[in-house]
Design a protein around this ligand. Structure first.
Ligand code: UDP
Length: 192
């Protein structure tokens, strides 16, 4: 279910197939790490083996940009559905609400994750937000402890790329969460 563009893996999925796979894995207590890729990141990764490795270490690389679809088409590939980071996040928040799973919002400037939480709660009545934390906390132990103590099932990390992906890679083993997605500036967008 993957294709490679300039050495970077890209998942061949739809919102529905991804949601289904991620929550099936969650039910089996398997962890999933999702990274968004766009043409700019693919070009950068093509010149930077460590960035390529970081992207490819994720479980899903979503095609967040029409340029990825075009590149796939040019090489006779099967990536036909654009999946944006923010839209996938909203889909996962909806599914988490239906399934009674809780989310943690980690990242953005102080106050932003709290406002995003309030907006998401308005849009998804019944949503459980286990916690929020800004992306400028320096004590990583505190961050990991907070997330684990919250009991969250999903973590959205909004630190920008590749910082959020490095953070997920470096901490996923210690985090008792099932779904980890890097979402860039999404909290700022949701907070408005
Ligand atoms: N950010 C953060 N901690 C940092 C650096 C950035 O929380 O140390 C946040 C920043 O406040 C913003 C987000 O990360 O909310 C980055 O958004 P941007 O749109 O630049 O990310 P991209 O999607 O382009 O990677």
């Amino acid at each position: 279910q993957k294709e490679t563009i300039l050495g970077v893996d890209v998942s061949v999925e739809t919102y529905e197939s991804l949601k289904s796979k991620l929550f099936s894995a969650e039910a089996e207590e398997k962890q999933s790490f999702i990274v968004a890729v766009n043409p700019e990141k693919i070009m950068k990764a093509n010149d930077d083996p460590s960035l390529k490795e970081l992207i490819n270490t994720a479980d899903y690389q979503i095609p967040d940009g029409v340029g990825v679809l075009i590149a796939s088409k040019l090489q006779g590939g099967r990536v036909t559905d654009r999946i944006t980071g923010i839209d996938l996040m909203i889909e996962l928040v909806g599914e988490a609400t239906s399934q009674g799973k809780s989310i943690f919002l980690y990242g953005a400037k102080p106050g932003v994750a709290e406002t995003a939480k309030q907006e998401l709660e308005k849009q998804h009545p019944g949503l459980q937000v286990a916690g929020v934390m800004d992306g400028y906390e320096q004590d990583n132990e505190k961050i990991v402890e907070n997330i684990n103590a919250s009991g969250a099932d999903l973590v959205f990390a909004a630190l920008g790329s590749p910082k959020q992906e490095e953070w997920i890679r470096d901490n996923r083993e210690r985090l008792n969460v099932s779904i980890l997605q890097g979402v860039g500036g999404s909290f700022d967008v949701i907070a408005g």
